[in-house]
Design a protein around this ligand. Structure first.
Ligand code: HSE
Length: 329
């Protein structure tokens, strides 16, 4: 049976998670997609650092190696930052490859363009891993939007910030130590500024906005405050009042206009995000038909994010299989 050939762009925490999961879950992937999944190539900046990789895999620093390989059907992208990821993905789409990305900053800024390009070239684009780690939030919202209207989304969208606030409040850990732990556990970015200053949550909120409302508010109008100024005393005081300070991202449509904010908020026990602790993320959604819905799960880490990417992969191939079956029926 002809394998599905895939390539990985980037082999940091997330890329490594995809690499491992394709091996550990090979039988499962084959059951769902109907074909073996073969990693043909990996693009990495410093190949010398990676000695554990399967010798049959082409290791390259040159995107052309992947673009010019017609056997490669799908490209998993887990590079940090906008470039070169955006340029690489555009070229992959133009070369007819399906892409699956976990790159939130790039997708928040250029997702719309990539979606249009993918449509033009009749390829598929998966981006569930960009937002809320292992929570299948993109596919859930796509499903809901088939019938529902969504008015408001509110979420804890950065696992590192939530982990730090939880450790500081429950274990009385200092901010610096809690951040170091989040880095060791693979939650925080290599440069954690985006995590602790609210940029990462903002990118994810913009991805949800584009998907849900078809547009993003002007970024310059969005209030963005991180967690770096929250002290242990602030957390202790709020807990005494049966409140918790949570880092919350909100987007809502009021009289046709989008309003967004990313900021620490003190929430009480009845709030849907009150109980979300540690690295978990949660997304609360208000809709017209089903009412309110909250999804909770791990918001960061190699395996939850790899799972989100491989779920996109399975959706892509199970759709292909059902289309083929329909044609044959
Ligand atoms: N650094 C991110 C977080 C990883 O902590 O949420 C997942 O996007």
């Amino acid at each position: 049976m002809k394998p599905i050939h895939v390539a990985l762009l980037g082999l940091g925490t997330v890329g490594e998670g995809v690499y491992q999961t394709i091996q550990t879950h090979q039988d499962r992937l084959q059951q769902v997609t109907g074909r073996p999944v073969h990693i043909s190539a990996i693009l990495i900046e410093h190949p010398d650092k990676y000695t554990h990789l399967d010798k049959e895999i082409t290791i390259t620093t040159d995107i052309q190696t992947i673009l010019q390989n017609p056997d490669i059907d799908v490209v998993f992208e887990a590079i940090v930052g906008i470039e070169p990821a955006f340029s690489y993905l555009k070229q992959c789409i133009i070369a007819g490859k399906s892409i699956i990305t976990a790159n939130k900053e790039m997708f928040a800024r250029h997702g719309f363009e990539l979606k249009q390009l993918a449509q033009k070239h009749d390829t598929t684009l998966g981006y569930d891993a960009t937002t809320a780690g292992g929570i299948p939030i993109i596919q859930t919202i796509q499903q809901l939007l088939q019938v529902n209207q969504i008015h408001k989304i509110q979420g804890i969208l950065n696992g590192t910030s939530n982990y730090i606030l939880t450790e500081m409040r429950e274990q009385h850990t200092s901010f610096e130590i809690a951040l170091e732990q989040a880095q060791t556990l693979g939650y925080a970015e290599a440069d954690p500024t985006n995590d602790i200053e609210g940029y990462d949550a903002l990118y994810k909120l913009m991805i949800l906005s584009e998907l849900t409302f078809g547009e993003q508010p002007d970024w310059a109008d969005i209030k963005r405050i991180g967690i770096s100024d929250i002290s242990a005393a602030d957390l202790a005081n709020s807990q005494t009042a049966e409140e918790k300070i949570k880092h919350i991202a909100t987007i809502q449509q009021i009289e046709g206009k989008l309003h967004a904010a990313v900021e620490p908020i003190s929430v009480t026990t009845t709030h849907p995000l009150y109980a979300i602790e540690g690295v978990d993320n949660a997304v609360y959604i208000e809709t017209d038909l089903i009412g309110n819905l909250t999804l909770t799960g791990p918001g960061a880490g190699a395996l939850p994010t790899a799972s989100a990417m491989l779920e996109d992969f399975c959706t892509l191939f199970s759709k292909k299989i059902s289309t083929i079956n329909k044609v044959l029926a």
